[in-house]
Design a protein around this ligand. Sequence first.
Ligand code: FES
Ligand SMILES: [Fe+2]
Length: 357
Amino acid sequence: MQNIDKDIRKSATLPTSFYKSQAQFEKSIESIFASSWLYVGDLADVNTPSHVYPFTLLENVLDEPLVISCDKQSNLRCLSNVCTHRGKIIVEKAAKMPLLRCGYHGRCFRLDGSFKSTPGFENAENFPSPADDLTEVSLKETMGLVFASLAPKMSFEEVFQPILDRLSWLPLNDLIYNSANSKDYYIDAHWALYCDNYLEGFHIPFVHPALNAALEGDAYSYEIFPYCNLQLGIAKEGEPCFDIPEGAADYGKKILAYYYWVFPNLMFNFYPWGLSLNIIQPLSHNKTKVTFRSYFYKGQNATGVENILDQTELEDEAVVESVQLGIQSRFYKAGRFSPSMEKGVHHFHQLITKFMK
Ligand code: FES
Ligand SMILES: [Fe+2]
């Protein structure tokens, strides 16, 4: 794939072939998703001692069977959920388990993934060997959210530290999941088109009248970090905004929202009431699942949150699905970037080409 010029004033966007081709889609899954940090769940759902929690990483796409184990000391690990004997899935559902026991021929593993015992192998040579242990996958936690990576190309800290540093004054370890304000959406478009749209506020005046009425358009700004970027939404007079303490980087600003995008498929929208986490899950080259998860800061209970987020989401879906149709045209090959308002999209396209190499 052709490089994206570092100079946004000269650069063209990704070619439509990236979004249209099944082969490029499959390559993006291996090159981008297998080597990035992916959200896998909430800490509160996987941290009961001596319990195991099976899941599939990016179902139907990466399709990797994994299991999170929580040992007696509450250490969390992410392990391959495939038995090293003949490959059966070991854990079928979350349960209390002092050992991981395969239901096919009785092989047992400790909760750290190491081989413990297996019947019938008394005469096997060079056995057991490290190949008989379960592979451990990188697992990290921040803000009460758990992330895994099959083969990380960058450290977890490189990805998340810019957010944690900037927002250290927020009660990020006291986020409480709110299922009533959480929802899945299914979109007929490529996952990266959905991200492209999120990464610029250029379209807000045209597409989101209600949101536009709350934002100070001239003050909207973009900041780029290695693996994430920030769009800072400044509130119009009379709109709700953060109460930022003295000494914080943004003290004195009337911030309506911090819109952080994390490569490749996560959006952390911090509001005065809490966090709206969006997870963009590719299903195929033209189908995407978008999950909105809402978390309130302890003691907060936002009213009307769902309506605003839902309305904005439906407006975004309509334009993204329209672009999905438009890029099938034989006349459209690529576009150009607004140097002032599409820095985030430019950043994303550069990361895509870097990972696709
Ligand atoms: S496949 Fe697990 S013990 Fe045989
Ligand atoms: Fe939008």
